[in-house]
Design a protein around this ligand. Structure first.
Ligand code: UD1
Length: 391
């Protein structure tokens, strides 16, 4: 009995305590498979912290329910704000949480303000950081996410990458080769896991796009990048191009709150087949993506999801940090010139979508690979916990 208790105590003591961070909507499909995988391993104690960068039912809560993500142990409730204010609030509020829990590792995903803020708080406390989706670069420093990516990668001890190019970017920035792991794409883990469930979504009937088993042709649009939506003129110009597409096929447009605010101010009139709807949950959205004839977007994750689904995608940006979706996938970087958008969309609607193949390791097992790396190479070193105040 004593012996068993000793063993249990020893085992509990040796568990790898990992604080996993989510902040904004795109973090959630990335963390879901990681939490699931960590929970399968009794050697790991996963803790989930939500910074509260996104807080709405539609941008946060519905994702937790649909993807079975555990309720966060802590919600920092930072809310919206300027970049400096939001980043500073996360930094300030996460520090006592890290001190209280004394994790062996903090795992961050993606490129949002919460990603860099928590990484910075953690390294200053001597806690190792793992960055999932490291090394992506748009080489456009006017994008807030590009700054977050560069800084997070400069701090992280484990750099988990989705594609080969990312390895080269990290090496050029002086990151050690032994800290870089090509593991695939956790977002695609979620896609593969949830696609069969998503296909049962009633969204097709609800939007009148489906009759019996038959879907009509339609496009999906998302727009939320500040460079596309923060100027009314730019937004009006883009929606003008989308109007032309909507005169040929219905275009479903789940409108992000940032975009909604601008639309409300601008009073732009659009074609009746441009169907603006509030943000929708993961399963409904995945269902629409998988059945769309064409997707137009400025999101990063959607470029990857369309490549994994084999659905033609037009990226309405001048650059992408996900070039593999172009070199191997169905994505085309089309920019924001209305004439080019209309011509590319018409070509796809005429049946000339770009064929693609699925990049290596985008196979639904990225989270397994990440957890395997962490278990085989647990954080060690002189800095580990050395600067954490004892509670
Ligand atoms: C953030 C991320 C971006 C990511 C996007 C996905 C950064 C720098 N940006 O941008 O990388 O692609 O999330 O959505 O981290 N709002 C709500 N409800 C919410 C959250 C926000 O209505 O739950 C409104 C607020 O009025 C806010 C606006 O949306 O001012 C924009 O939100 P914010 O978090 O500032 O940036 P996003 O554009 O969402």
């Amino acid at each position: 009995m004593v012996c068993q208790e000793f063993e249990l105590e020893k085992f509990t003591h040796m568990r790898l305590k990992i604080i996993n961070i989510v902040g904004a909507r795109p973090n959630l499909p990335k963390i879901a498979p990681l939490m699931r995988e960590m929970q399968r391993h009794p050697e790991i104690e996963p803790i989930l912290v939500h910074t509260g960068q996104h807080y709405d039912e539609a941008l946060s809560d519905i994702f937790f329910r649909q993807m079975g993500i555990p309720t966060p142990h802590v919600n920092l409730e930072v809310g919206s704000g300027s970049h400096a204010a939001q980043t500073a609030e996360v930094l300030k509020r996460v520090e006592p949480v890290l001190i209280e829990h004394q994790p062996d590792l903090v795992l961050v995903v993606g490129d949002v303000n919460s990603t860099i803020a928590v990484s910075l708080a953690a390294v200053k406390l001597g806690i190792s950081v793992a960055h999932v989706e490291a090394g992506l670069r748009s080489f456009d420093r006017s994008m807030p996410e590009e700054i977050n990516r560069i800084l997070t990668d400069a701090l992280a001890d484990y750099l988990f990458v989705t594609e080969e190019d990312a390895i080269q970017h990290l090496l050029k920035e002086g990151r050690p080769r032994e800290s870089i792991y090509l593991v695939g794409n956790v977002m695609i883990d979620s896609l593969r896991h949830f696609l069969p469930i998503a296909q049962k979504s009633p969204i097709g009937e609800d939007l009148g796009l489906k009759n019996g088993a038959d879907w009509q042709r339609f496009a999906v649009l998302t727009l939320h990048r500040p460079s596309n939506v923060d100027s009314t003129e730019k937004l009006a110009e883009l929606l003008g191009a989308i109007d032309s597409i909507a005169s040929e096929v219905p275009v479903v447009f789940p409108v992000h709150p940032r975009t909604q605010q601008r639309l409300a101010q601008a009073g732009i009139k659009t074609h009746p087949q441009l169907r603006m709807i509030p943000p929708i949950g993961y399963l409904d959205f995945l269902c629409l993506l998988s059945k769309a004839t064409l997707v137009l977007t400025d999101s990063g994750g959607i470029q990857e999801e369309t490549t994994a689904l084999g659905v033609p995608c037009l990226t309405l940006r001048e650059n992408t940090e996900r070039p593999i979706t172009i070199s191997e996938g169905t994505n085309q970087l089309i920019g924001t010139d209305p004439a080019k958008i209309i011509a590319a969309a018409q070509s796809i609607l005429a049946g000339n979508g770009k064929p693609g193949r699925i990049p290596p390791f985008w196979d639904g097992h990225a989270a397994e690979r990440i957890v395997d790396v962490l278990l085989k190479n647990p954080p060690v070193g002189p800095h580990r916990k050395s600067t954490l105040p004892v509670t």
